[in-house]
Design a protein around this ligand. Structure first.
Ligand code: ADP
Ligand code: ASP
Ligand code: MG
Length: 417
């Protein structure tokens, strides 16, 4: 069997959903698991809803209303005048979400977040499953929470591979075309969990791994993996072939086209990953496979915006030693900061971080008890894999100030402001 993953951009409106049918008719859809994200920017909207709800702000109700209306409009576009429509299912799901918000007593932001955002994927897959049916593609709608099991680390749950493996095999047995949700899962008590933003690629890889899939294809709004994000770089080149190792490195440094957790399960079983354009499904796209040489071998640029640079030194002018570094890292863990880059010298320690959960203030006040802390917000982290002189020159002449620079054999990194 094969696994396909359609992300938010590929299901953002009725036209895109119609395009999925075209792709499935072109590729075939027997023995396919179709993993789908929430439509367009629905997850972002649900995040705003949670924020307002947590503040006790009744405006969350208007966000909910808007999300419901947007989906009903798509249903109207796709199913007008037809006998079977997902209308009732979607109304039922939005009512379920509304009731949760009304009766919920928890104040745990991450818990509430997961109970809410999962509706984006539940709704999108309902609509797509019905539409496939309407177009003559018989399929089975699977609530993925029945089989993808995680711990209760809400918003970034860790997979329980053993339980998941057994349940996935059971739930998919004797079914030919399955439509299911990416990103969402459930814990041992049955509460919804999520695998981290953009986690649908990872869900698809989990299915591919457990079911020994012959390939995984993720359908994107780009021709494949490029040597730079076209949103930020004017000229880009398609990477036709990449090794798993190279793709892991690119994803790790922040090439957001593939979720970093996706690649290792595939690599373990040597399952090829194709990244293809949903606008041009016949295009070659990118093939990620064992031992493929990076083709073409060009410098790859990765830009991460909105980073924070902390420069720490001790209050008593002593050197930064193991004990200090251990304290710093345990605070990074406590405040869920993602550490992107570090640089150590005798008297100072620089760390570039991403503040995923708005904890910077608390982190800095705790660090201040032991260190002198300099904070630079809004810096950018540039990474160049396979750098060469012209690519370094390009960064150096970008007109931005370089705060930190680091090079290894294949990778150069710069923090710019
Ligand atoms: P989806 O959520 O629809 O699956 P994403 O938006 O997460 O898709 O990923 C596609 C986007 O990734 C592209 O629109 C592009 O801006 C961005 N991107 C970042 N780095 C790269 C890269 N190296 N190659 C291609 N696209 C990239
Ligand atoms: N819908 C989720 C998100 O936007 C998961 C995904 O799209 O991969 O983060
Ligand atoms: Mg996405």
């Amino acid at each position: 069997m094969k696994v396909f993953k359609f992300g938010g951009a590929s299901v953002k409106d009725s036209k895109s959903i119609k395009n999925i049918i075209k792709i499935l008719k072109l590729t075939g859809y027997d023995d396919v698991i179709i993993v789908v994200s929430a439509m367009g920017k629905t997850t972002n909207a649900l995040e705003f809803l949670v924020k307002d709800y947590m503040k006790g702000n009744s405006s969350y109700l208007s966000i909910l209303k808007k999300i419901k209306e947007d989906h009903l409009k798509i249903i109207n576009d796709l199913f007008k005048g037809t006998e079977k429509s997902p209308y009732n299912d979607v109304i039922h799901l939005t009512n379920e979400l509304n009731s949760f918000l009304k009766i919920n007593k928890s104040r745990d932001h991450s818990f509430i977040y997961d109970q809410v955002v999962c509706f984006g994927e539940l709704i999108s897959t309902k609509i797509i499953s019905f539409y496939l049916e309407l177009e003559g593609i018989k399929n089975y709608w699977l609530d993925v929470r029945k089989c993808i099991k995680t711990d209760s680390y809400y918003r970034n749950a860790a997979l329980n591979w053993k339980k998941t493996e057994k349940l996935v095999k059971n739930e998919t047995k004797n079914k030919s075309t399955i439509v299911t949700q990416g990103f969402i899962a459930s814990d041992s008590e049955g509460y919804s969990t999520t695998l981290g933003r953009e986690g649908s690629d990872y869900t698809a890889a989990i299915f591919a791994f457990i079911l020994n899939s012959s390939s995984l294809t993720i359908w994107k709004d780009v021709p494949g993996v490029l040597n730079a994000d076209p949103r930020y770089f004017k000229t880009t080149q398609l990477l036709k072939n990449i090794s798993y190792r190279e793709a892991i490195e690119l994803a790790y440094y922040g090439a957001s086209v593939i979720h970093p957790k996706t690649l290792q399960p595939l690599q373990r079983k040597k399952i090829p990953l194709f990244v293809k354009s949903f606008e041009n499904p016949k295009g070659s796209g990118t093939k990620v496979f064992e031992g493929s040489k990076l083709n073409p071998l060009v410098p790859c640029f990765i830009l991460k915006k909105n980073q924070i640079l902390l420069e720490l030194s001790t209050l008593d002018f002593s050197f930064i030693v193991e004990e200090n570094i251990s304290q710093i890292f345990s605070l990074m863990d406590k405040y869920k900061m993602r550490v992107e880059m570090i640089q150590n010298s005798a008297i100072s320690f620089a760390v570039c971080i991403k503040d995923r959960y708005e904890n910077l203030k608390d982190l800095v006040s705790e660090l201040n008890l032991k260190f002198k802390v300099e904070v630079k917000e809004n810096v950018s982290l540039y990474t160049i894999r396979h750098f060469n002189n012209p690519s370094i020159k390009e960064i150096k002449e970008s007109g931005k100030r370089i705060l930190l620079e680091q090079r290894t054999y294949k990778t150069a990194q710069f923090i710019l402001i």
